[in-house]
Write a protein that binds this ligand. Structure first.
Ligand SMILES: Nc1ncnc2c1ncn2[C@@H]1O[C@H](COP(=O)(O)OP(=O)(O)O)[C@@H](O)[C@H]1O
Ligand SMILES: C[C@@](O)(CCOP(=O)(O)O)CC(=O)O
Ligand SMILES: [Mg+2]
Length: 399
């Protein structure tokens, strides 16, 4: 009975959220916080899905789920989304207005419709995901979920096996492209930065449709992440910026161009000879400030995010929202000269507001697969504590 774990990280966008949707450059890195999935075949032709982070536990007869005939470009996804299939699946999962659950389920079944082979349909499978990322807080939980789904379905159905003749780079690309389809189900019009960082890991400069550029040096930066716990949906924030853009294109376009130049300036300060570390961090902090100001002008800040900025700036620290904004997370740059006492004070003040602070590594590995030698049960998978997966050896990454 084939049984696999898959895993993929969340991300933090340093510069360029929203602008990246309009083809501008953004800078982002993978987080130490990850999602983990279990996929394994069953013998009763059912799909048993358990997504505790969005309180979804459902079972379907595998033969009731629509399937797509072989498409042009196989095994890579078709160029455009299949709206008819999406409609069909929305009716099929019938989860009404519980959008977080229904989007997660539809994203899974959308990929299933294309990727499931006759062999898997003859058996059925369990699919479970749990995440160490806060859901809907700007740290790319949707992309991390999407990459786990894509990796799991591709692996279970043999697309990543040697028989397909794909090298590691092609496998990684396949995972990323299918994860992007799942992100489209969840977000509507994603830029692709989140699923790309979640698949590849590391720290990158990203521009839609262009080759990904690694950003060396970024791993040496320290950040405090603060989750304001104010819920928001990426899809809604992206749609709000779109409305503003369409109403005032001559006002908004130069702001998006300015954000593009922030990522370019970030690259410059990392590659500039003669700039010492203190100067680098000081300039980086100034860019953090400017980027937040522009995002705020685009209408995606929130009083809670302004509170993070107010508190951190009292202690001389620079913060900006990260991700789609409207709530969710802010990042604060911790310069080398900032003492542990200062960090403790900032945390205490932020936590007193009801916010949650996290210090996590940035720039770690991307998507991975672990082949289990013994099948596990859903209950066992759910019972493992968070550290279990991190401590587990033998993960294979797409590098
Ligand atoms: N662990 C998870 N299990 C199931 N679905 C998830 C999980 N994490 C994220 N999602 C999906 O992603 C959506 C949140 O995505 P989004 O609004 O883009 O926020 P984020 O900034 O965290 O990516 C959820 O509503 C859900 O559909
Ligand atoms: C706002 C945006 O730039 C990033 C969204 O990130 P998140 O879903 O808030 O983690 C949208 C996108 O790039 O698709
Ligand atoms: Mg998202």
């Amino acid at each position: 009975m084939p049984s696999y774990f898959t895993s993929s990280p969340g991300k933090v966008i340093l510069f360029g959220e929203h602008a990246v949707v309009y083809g501008k450059v953004a800078t982002a890195g993978s987080l130490g916080l990850r999602s983990y999935a279990l996929i394994q075949t069953r013998e009763d032709k059912k799909i048993e899905v358990n997504l505790p982070d969005v309180q979804l536990a459902r079972s379907w007869n595998i033969n009731d789920v629509p399937r797509q005939a072989r498409w042009e470009g196989y095994p890579y996804p078709p160029q455009s989304m299949n709206a008819e299939l999406l409609d069909q699946l929305t009716k099929f999962v019938d989860l009404g207005s519980q959008t977080n659950r229904s989007q997660a389920a539809i994203a899974l079944l959308y990929l299933h419709s294309f990727l499931t082979t006759d062999e898997t349909v003859a058996q059925g499978y369990d699919f479970v995901v749990r995440s160490n990322l806060p859901v809907g807080a700007g740290l790319g939980s949707s992309a991390s979920y999407s990459v786990c789904v894509a990796t799991a379905l591709l692996q279970l159905n043999g697309y990543l096996s040697a028989g397909m003749g794909l090298d590691v780079a092609a496998q990684r690309d396949l995972v990323n492209q299918w994860a992007f389809q799942a992100e489209k189900v969840i977000h509507g019009n994603p830029s692709g930065i989140d699923n790309t960082v979640s698949t590849l890991g590391g720290a990158v400069m990203f521009k839609k449709g262009e080759k990904i550029e690694p950003l060396p040096g970024f791993q040496s930066l320290r950040f405090l992440l603060t989750n304001t716990r104010v819920p928001r949906e990426t899809q809604v924030q992206v749609a709000n910026v779109r409305k503003l853009h369409d109403k005032f294109p001559t006002v908004v376009n130069p702001m998006l161009d300015a954000i593009n130049e922030i990522s370019n300036s970030c690259k410059t300060i990392f590659s500039q000879d003669g700039l010492d570390r203190t100067q680098l961090l000081s300039r980086f902090g100034e860019l953090v400030d400017v980027n937040h100001g522009l995002l705020s002008a685009l209408g995606v800040s929130h009083p809670s995010l302004e509170k993070v900025r107010e508190i951190s700036s009292k202690l001389g620290l620079k913060s900006k929202l990260t991700g789609a904004g409207g709530g969710g997370c802010a990042l604060t740059l911790i310069r080398d000269d900032v003492t542990s006492e200062t960090v403790a004070v900032v945390k205490q003040l932020l936590e007193a507001e009801g916010f949650q602070c996290m210090e996590t590594s940035v720039g770690g590995p991307g998507a991975g697969i672990l082949t289990l030698t013994h099948p596990t049960t859903i209950a066992e998978f759910l019972a493992h504590d968070k550290a279990y997966f991190e401590a587990t050896q033998n993960w294979v990454y797409f590098v």
